[in-house]
Design a binder for this molecule. Structure first.
Ligand code: GDP
Ligand code: MG
Length: 304
């Protein structure tokens, strides 16, 4: 530690990560935190709630607010997710707008920028997935975005591979307000272990199931039992909307759910650093998307 760092005051602040679905927001937050706090899949709208991922650099605590993507909502759940995303920006000291550089300025991203303009909001632009795009195209996109008048700084990163992420984090650390840390120094997320465990299983569903089916599912941790030998027994329910969906998730001879359970258990054991006995059950609950209880668990506003 330099003598300057030793005398520097504590800093702590909130950084909202906004962007269209699939821009790589959760991938970025997991990388800066250094462990999985928010689930990731190639499917859009994987993140349903606002998740805080906490990173520390020297005497600065950086609290990243991962948000559900911002897009044109159709269902009630969509509306609640988009409201949570904008709410995340309202609470933050700094807002990052993440854009998939390969995808460029799509309709969702354009709508986000328009709303920022309307509300006179500023953000730093983070062009992600630069590993997938050639320099000239990247420069052209940067120029176009720069001319929109919404962005203060521009960063180019690959959240997946790590390029540019350290520079981004250093910049952010230097711009956090002075003040005491909001969380204990070893805390990485605001999520309970029960919720994280349910999210991990939901991620495996997103990775295993095709097309629209994941959106018809939700996962809840029903019981959590710590054993004296250090292992834990976790029982979870996967809710679906229809009987036909249930049989797809179970798969032939229960093969599909076996794979999902095995993948989830493996990752949970890594994250929790203990043996996990995971039991999955599938239940039909026709209208879980209209059930206020589901929203409360995620901290979403049912009436958004
Ligand atoms: P979110 O919806 O914005 O949270 O996006 P996710 O973090 O869930 O990522 C969506 C997909 O993009 C996943 O398949 C990620 O592996 C992928 N992804 C994220 N960042 C990068 C990146 O920098 N490069 C590449 N090639 N893929 C990325
Ligand atoms: Mg996400």
């Amino acid at each position: 530690m330099t003598s300057e760092a030793a005398h520097s005051p504590d800093r702590c602040g909130f950084i909202a990560v906004l962007g269209a679905p699939n821009a790589g927001k959760s991938t970025l937050v997991n990388r800066v935190v250094g462990t999985k706090v928010s689930i990731v899949s190639p499917k859009v709208q994987t993140t349903r709630a606002r998740v805080m991922g906490i990173a520390v650099q020297d005497r600065t605590q950086l609290v990243f607010i991962d948000t559900p993507g911002i897009f044109e909502p159709r269902r009630r759940l969509d509306r609640a997710m988009v409201a949570a995303a904008w709410g995340g920006a309202g609470d933050a000291d700094i807002t990052l707008l993440l854009i998939d550089a390969e995808r460029g300025i799509d309709r969702d991203t354009r709508a986000i920028i328009e709303r920022m303009k309307d509300e006179n909001k500023h953000a730093h632009l983070v062009l992600n997935k630069v590993d997938k795009i050639k320099k000239p195209a990247l420069l052209e996109l940067t120029t176009t975005l720069n001319n929109m008048g919404v962005f203060d700084e521009i960063f180019m990163i690959s959240a997946l591979k790590g390029d540019g992420v350290d520079d981004l984090v250093s910049f952010l650390a230097g711009h956090m307000p002075e003040g005491p840390w909001h969380f204990p120094e070893d805390q990485v997320s605001d999520m309970t272990e029960r919720l994280l465990a349910a999210e991990i299983t939901r991620e495996k569903l997103y990775l295993q199931l095709r097309q629209e089916l994941p959106y018809a599912t939700t996962v809840e941790t029903e019981t959590w039992e710590d054993y004296d030998n250090g292992s834990v027994k976790i029982e979870q329910v996967i809710f679906v909307e229809r009987d036909s969906q249930k049989s797809i998730i179970l798969g032939k001879g229960g093969q599909q759910i076996k794979t999902i359970g095995a993948d989830a258990r493996k990752e949970l054991e890594e994250i929790l650093d203990r043996r996990v006995h995971l039991f999955l059950f599938v239940k039909v609950r026709e209208k879980w998307g209209d059930d206020p209880d589901r929203y409360r668990d995620w901290g979403l506003d049912f009436d958004a």
